[in-house]
Design a protein around this ligand. Sequence first.
Ligand SMILES: C[S@@+](CC[C@H](N)C(=O)[O-])C[C@H]1O[C@@H](n2cnc3c(N)ncnc32)[C@H](O)[C@@H]1O
Length: 399
Amino acid sequence: MSQREDLTFIDLFAGIGGIRLAFEAIGGSCVMTSELDKWARQTYSAYFDEDEEDDHFNWDIKDLDPSEVPDHDVLTGGFPCQSFSIAGVSKKNALGRSHGFDDPTTGTLFFDIKEILLEKQPKAFLLENVKNLQSHDGGDTWKVIAACLHEAGYVFTSKVLDAADVVPQHRERVFIVGFHRDAFGVEEDRFLDWDAFWDDVDNRIGHFADEFRQTYGVPPEEKWPRVGPILESHEKVPDKYTLTENMWEYLQDYKRKHRAKGNGFGYGMVKRDDAYTRTLSARYYKDGSEALVYRGEDRRPRRLTPLECARLQGFPADFQRMYDRSEKGPEQPVSDTQAYKQFGNSVCVPIVTAISKSIRPLLEVPSDLTEFPDADVAVQEELFSDYDNETIVSAVSAG
Ligand SMILES: C[S@@+](CC[C@H](N)C(=O)[O-])C[C@H]1O[C@@H](n2cnc3c(N)ncnc32)[C@H](O)[C@@H]1O
């Protein structure tokens, strides 16, 4: 692919398009979007100017025939995590080309990703998931995912990255990046240098952190990330974001009870000088308890506003405008409740952009591969690196 040619990608489990922003940032054009949730589609359509009724959109990946997916260079998706049972996975099924009747992924959303990879054979993919994907269900989920990706023809790597390296939110997510062996001439004796790949990603994350520091006017002698600079001034935040007396009483009570039992459950309060908030989750709308904003000893705390959530996820300024009450810009596309769910489900955009920027040169310069003596061994080690290899191979073979 020449540098001038467009890079195409598909945006699966798209949410509000955090991954799309990262791939548009490298000149990519999105040729298909799949998203089930009507409110997420509403936000997505408002920003990307897509009509959710047109062919570009698929509403439920379960209704999608892989052969109808447009050709694309990169498949992307932050898929919901469900577990797969390793029982019944035959070695032939998991590691060979055949798949079908006892495929452990059938019925799960990962199955749909795998089917598209098998059918369309894009050059690369990026998948995102919760940090514990690799230990989920005692490691079985990851074993099956790894075996399926291998089966579909990909070499791949994964790493847990924390949004707190760029923005003031602690959010650890696992990112799985894969390249098709054939598309890159990855032969039996050639392999990608994953360490160099992740070093590159880390460098870019460092650059983004510097850019955000500048955006928020934090001088070099002050620490960044820090919560204060992303907060709206309390005076400008409407009262509806302040916790009701009942809710505040309830949360304090809950925390006291749990503290008495010796555990740390309960709300998280952030002050301006804190380095980061806890992870925003899709349930933030309920009580805001994972990240309440401190307003002084004698005042009840408030929730983050949707604009602050957009900043915590590193969304660009023109996306943030949709949530900026002070601007005569576009309307907020959905209710606060939906906006909180959407930001809680979203990726941290600059983290994914650091990855997309590191993927891009590998799509263009296939000769840039590092020689490894025995790719198959390396692939197996990579697949099963967290587990005892023999146990897994025999568990997979036993089915
Ligand atoms: C973890 S979120 C991904 C968010 C996205 N990466 C972003 O940055 O906003 C998973 C998304 O998958 C969507 N989803 C769940 N089941 C689906 C299905 N059957 N077809 C299409 N999308 C689905 C959910 O509605 C949700 O928005």
